[in-house]
Design a protein around this ligand. Structure first.
Ligand code: ATR
Length: 289
């Protein structure tokens, strides 16, 4: 029921029409008894400042920010969380006294998704595939939250080097080693957590994986694909066929939403409510298939 006390949260991005965030937040609001609605706002690149000012003027309860505004929004914030500042990207705005404070729950959402799969980063040796936007968040997460070592493999070595340098600097330790994609053959023989952060395998190219050689997949105990469309990627299938555990990126999306919702409402979302929300997200994805 929308009434005089209903609060509004929203998503700033371009495009926004395929977002699953309204499903996450409107489901959580209902389950947790919060009188709020969450809606998408299409924001053009030259309107980011006005959008942030408008959100403040209208006293929105919270804002998510997505592509292409995650870095562009930073100059218009009153405060920024430490990790978000280090990575240089923000996806959640929380009202504070003089405006908004920016957070990066993509990072903490991935952390929580890994924990929910029984993985603690501390002491892990990680193979990270890719050096684009999605892989960058994973690289910073691993560096900032205690992974032992990260082999960052990318088609273009220069991009891997640039991300590794930035994340190592942010973390104050040399834990990320940039490599070419084909260099996996020289990795020490053992079992790794592998995070798939390239765009290879995304619908409609569902029959592709960034590395096809089955010997690669024998190095993996858990394969975490940041892709969630399709739900079962070729990377995940190859991981499972080699005896590893595999999961897709939908849990990262779920938990980045859960963390944002918690920041806005001050609540702690129960695992059963997160699980219910996850089922709703899967249903929504199936509808659009
Ligand atoms: P996103 O925001 O999804 O991370 P992106 O920033 O465009 O997208 O990055 C895409 C990633 O997938 C990059 O790491 C890219 O490798 P390059 O840096 O060498 O371009 C990787 N990628 C895309 N197509 C690929 C392919 N066919 N083979 C190997 N890597 C690929």
């Amino acid at each position: 029921m929308i009434d005089g006390k209903t609060r509004i949260c929203g998503l700033f991005g371009n495009p926004v029409e395929h977002t699953l965030s309204p499903v996450i937040h409107n489901t959580l609001a209902k389950r947790c008894g919060i009188n709020m609605v969450y809606v998408p706002f299409l924001v053009d690149g030259d309107q980011v400042k006005q959008a942030v000012e408008g959100a403040r003027a209208l006293q929105l309860l919270g804002v998510n920010v997505t592509v292409p505004h995650k870095s562009a929004v930073i100059p218009y914030l009153a405060e920024i969380d430490r990790e978000a500042s280090l990575i240089g990207a923000v996806n959640t705005l929380v009202p504070v006294e003089n405006g908004f404070k920016g957070y990066n729950t993509d990072l903490s959402g991935l952390y929580r998704a890994l924990v929910s799969e029984g993985i603690s980063l501390s002491g892990e040796e990680v193979i990270l595939l890719g050096a684009g936007g999605a892989a960058r968040a994973a690289a910073f997460l691993c560096a900032l939250r205690g992974a032992e070592r990260v082999y960052l493999l990318n088609r273009s070595l220069e991009k891997a080097q640039a991300v590794a340098e930035e994340a190592n600097l942010a973390a104050g330790r040399q834990c990320i080693l940039p490599m070419e994609l084909s260099s996996w053959k020289s990795l020490p023989e053992k079992k790794y957590l592998a995070i798939q952060g390239t765009s290879v395998g995304l619908a409609p190219n569902t029959e592709e994986a960034v590395i096809e050689d089955r010997d690669f997949y024998r190095l993996i105990h858990t394969g975490f694909d940041l892709v969630y469309r399709p739900a079962n990627t070729r990377f995940m299938r190859l991981t499972e066929e080699a005896g590893g555990k595999a999961c897709n990126g939908l849990k990262m999306l779920l938990y980045q939403g859960v963390e944002a919702f918690e920041l806005w409402t001050g609540l702690k979302v129960k695992e059963e409510d997160a699980a219910f929300c996850y089922e709703q997200m899967k249903k929504e994805l199936e509808k659009n298939e």
